[in-house]
Design a protein around this ligand. Structure first.
Ligand SMILES: [Fe+2]
Ligand SMILES: [Fe+2]
Length: 166
């Protein structure tokens, strides 16, 4: 009876794992380029996606299924910050669409607890999309200056840290 729900949650696990990998990759590279604000946003979001893996896995085990820990996609090696945000936004929109459809499917299969899990995920993914969208707007509005400001902030903080250590 719950076979379809288990299948859907395993698809969700695979997508969430891909998001963890992709956002961690962006986290490393934003840090490397000196964009601490974006680096932190990607890290925090990756951690939330990891929590989503856990929520899905718990539901799979509750339904007596097995968790397939396989990422659905390979990491895209994007280094341009605007393109990173573009992909991240697309990934969140994809999840929002899928989880809405899957919530309805669980509901149609008389599995309302699974529906609620997917609905909770939708709310988080909408928030993630909004955060990425805001950053994208900032970059489009302020351009290179917005990114340069993040690098300057880091230099200031490093300078202050060095001063405090003396
Ligand atoms: Fe997620
Ligand atoms: Fe997300």
């Amino acid at each position: 009876m719950y076979e379809r729900s288990i299948e859907l949650f395993n698809q969700a696990v695979a997508d969430e794992m891909s998001a963890v990998h992709q956002y961690m990759y962006f986290h490393f590279h934003c840090g490397d380029q000196g964009y601490d604000l974006l680096s932190g946003l990607f890290l925090r979001t990756a951690i939330e996606e990891m929590n989503h893996v856990e929520l899905c896995a718990e539901r799979i085990l509750f339904l007596k299924g097995e968790v397939e820990m396989v990422a659905s996609k390979a990491v895209q090696k994007i280094l341009d910050v605007e393109k990173m945000l573009e992909l991240a936004g697309q990934m969140e929109q994809g999840s929002i669409r899928d989880y809405n459809i899957w919530a309805n499917e669980c509901s149609a299969n008389a599995d309302s607890a699974s529906r609620k899990v997917f609905e909770a995920l939708v709310a988080d993914e909408e928030r993630h999309f909004d955060q990425y969208d805001t950053e994208m707007e900032n970059i489009r509005k302020f351009g290179e200056q917005y990114l340069a400001l993040q690098s300057i902030e880091r230099s200031k903080n490093l300078g202050a840290g060095a001063g405090a250590a003396i």
